[in-house]
Design a protein around this ligand. Structure first.
Ligand SMILES: Cc1ncc(COP(=O)(O)O)c(C=O)c1O
Length: 368
């Protein structure tokens, strides 16, 4: 029994306690294989074996964490010396930690700044921004451009880099370009959250829009989560990137880290460093990530084709599927069918075994 006051984890605990054989956990965004296990990637295992043999030091690494990991991750994400050379990157405590570091950086460097957040969004976004002392203004997520037009210079806009949580929306390039132009014209700072790269349309396709935007704007920040792409959820791998003009960015980020957790955990970052520093392991990781992406695509089209009258499902991307169901319908799915998703209608596709698509589609039809 998981002891927690957090509603998301309470739901997870209720699911774990549900003894019905048909019980299905589609709650938290963790990749699972067809047997329901959250697998350790082969590239990760190989990197861990190498690390175990070398037994690298456990000495303190400093508030910026592992510099080679941060440099390799920056090169992967930004793909080009023009962007990497004007980026300051520090290792963070996963994507959440990067969001918090960058939120505090934006609060410190812009005390009058408002951060504009499209809703619905990742459930933790508003809380992280508010905890950093930022003023948060929300707008319907599809009205992002309009929000930029009414923002004040120096404000920031939260943008999910791809596979938006929860809507599954990946912005087409044309929309990234329109957004870049508006951000530059209005002097608004992009605050990009990259959590699901590689799980939408492919690694480079998922990052292309962000790279174009960062080339166009004078300054932007990126919170990177290593949790999903490497399946390293509990290792807390991530990085905070500051791209462009912000004098003293590293000192500011290190100051924030120093007074909250001092330094990030080493093991997960060493695994990613080992993989990205070795072409063979990188190729292995890329092909495993691609296999995960393809499986999510098959699950999405399989379920969507059985729910043919629900529009927009096949166009969604990433680990989740956002079903147009009410909280009441989601409760019926849980109570009557043992299928656990979020009250918002979001389900974790990766938790759905392919053989159970017909049964889950029937259950969804019954509760609509
Ligand atoms: C959009 C988004 N950003 C950030 C995160 C945080 O990820 P992490 O586990 O790396 O802290 C998540 C996790 O679900 C997410 O969905």
């Amino acid at each position: 029994m998981l002891l927690t006051a957090d509603p998301l984890w309470q739901l997870t605990a209720a699911c774990a306690d549900d003894m019905r054989p048909e019980r299905l956990d589609l709650i938290v965004g963790v990749y699972r294989d067809d047997s329901g296990a959250s697998p350790v990637m082969r590239a990760v295992r190989a990197a861990e074996l190498r690390l175990a043999q070398r037994s690298p030091s456990k000495a303190y690494a400093g508030p910026s964490g592992n510099p080679r990991f941060a440099a390799l991750l920056t090169d992967l994400l930004l793909a080009g010396a023009d962007l990497s050379s004007r980026t300051v990157a520090v290792q963070s405590v996963a994507g959440t930690g990067a969001l918090r570091l960058l939120a505090e950086l934006l609060a410190t460097t812009g005390p009058d700044r408002t951060v504009h957040l499209g809703t619905p969004s990742y459930v933790n976004h508003a809380g992280i921004l508010a905890a950093a002392g930022l003023r948060v203004a929300t707008h319907p997520v599809q009205d992002m451009l309009a929000a930029v037009e009414t923002a004040r210079p120096g404000d920031a806009l939260v943008i999910q880099g791809c596979c938006h949580n929860p809507s599954g929306f990946s912005m087409p390039i044309r929309q990234w370009d329109l957004l870049s132009a508006a951000l530059v014209r209005r002097g608004v700072v992009p605050f990009i959250d990259q959590a699901y790269f590689g799980l939408g349309d492919g690694l480079d396709a998922d990052l292309a829009g962000m790279r174009r935007l960062l080339r166009a704007v004078p300054f932007g920040v990126v919170a990177v989560s290593g949790s999903k792409a490497w399946g390293l959820y509990s290792e807390r791998v991530g990085a905070a990137l500051v791209v462009g003009e912000l004098p003293g960015a590293r000192g500011l980020l290190e100051g924030i880290a120093r007074t909250s957790y001092s330094q990030p955990p080493a093991h997960g970052a060493m695994i990613v460093e080992e993989i990205l520093g070795d072409p063979e392991l990188t190729a292995c990781w890329r092909s495993e990530l691609e296999a995960m992406r393809r499986r999510l695509g098959r699950l999405r089209t399989g379920l969507a084709s059985r729910l043919g009258d629900m529009p927009g499902l096949p166009e969604q991307r990433g680990m989740f599927l956002s079903l147009p169901l009410t909280a009441g319908a989601m409760e019926r799915l849980r109570v009557e069918h043992g299928i656990y998703g979020l009250p918002s209608g979001r389900i974790n596709l990766a938790g759905l075994p392919e053989s159970r698509i017909p049964e889950v589609a029937d259950a969804i039809r019954q509760v609509v």
